[in-house]
Design a protein around this ligand. Sequence first.
Ligand code: SF4
Length: 310
Amino acid sequence: MNKSYLISEINRLKTEKNAIILAHYYQSEDIQEIADFVGDSLELSKKAQTTDADIIVFAGVYFMAETAKILNPNKKVLLPDINAGCSLADGCHHDDFKLFKEKYPEHVVVTYINCSAEIKALSDIVCTSSNAEKIINSIPSSKNILFAPDRNLGNYLSKQTKRDLILWEGSCVVHEAFSLDKLIEIYKNNPTAKIAAHPESESHILKTAHYIGSTSGILNFIKTDTATTFIVATEAGILHQLAKTVPEKTLIPAPSVQDNTCACSECAYMKINTLEKLFQCLKNEGPEISINEKLRIQALEPITKMLELS
Ligand code: SF4
């Protein structure tokens, strides 16, 4: 289907059905352009909580759409492709995590939002990369903490907050793929550049960074810092918003270990959504996210605690 037809049909259906399109920064440029709101996990959760639309089309991955449904049980929440997973969420299964948690009965369980509703339901509090440090610091120092599912973010938080965290061994396939050797090579050729990295990256990448933060944190850093060249160690979709807001700055995506022609890192799960799937999803009002009410209420509690603290 032709792109301009798809765009006009999506806009028509959106108005007709009182729908809102929420898109993560890692979505394709076409989807970011047609979205009503583009943000990171925390911003999208807040937007999902306050929208008065009848239908939320969540252009992101499954756990994000599921979080929107947990917050909006009476709204129809759609995901353009139901197979949009996440290596962090998919690598932390309920039964395994329950056994893991049972080994640490006295620990406060903090989970990164990149996990399923079943894992959220087993948590005391949820966090995103924007508020994780604040959430950890809100827990009394007398309490021990178990953190899941991202070991890289967990290690970073442990250093920042000077707390020993028990970590679940999960990781993001995109942020773990950055090549330190290639990054150093690029930096040698651009010695005035500043490196901005997401804390899901491995510690050897974080050690090189001038700035470490969430996706929206990286966006703000690049917008406001005086440097003119930046090497960006996160998913390459963020470059679209940056190119629009700071066209005068040079942005270099951090290279991944794997040989690739664009030398950048893209999340295959995020990019599984397309403009055509978005159109079909709005037209057919599916795939729709559904969640058992008992599980929803259990998962809502740690998300609400996070939102109150954010
Ligand atoms: S970039 Fe990583 S954490 Fe984000 S959705 Fe993709 S696999 Fe999951």
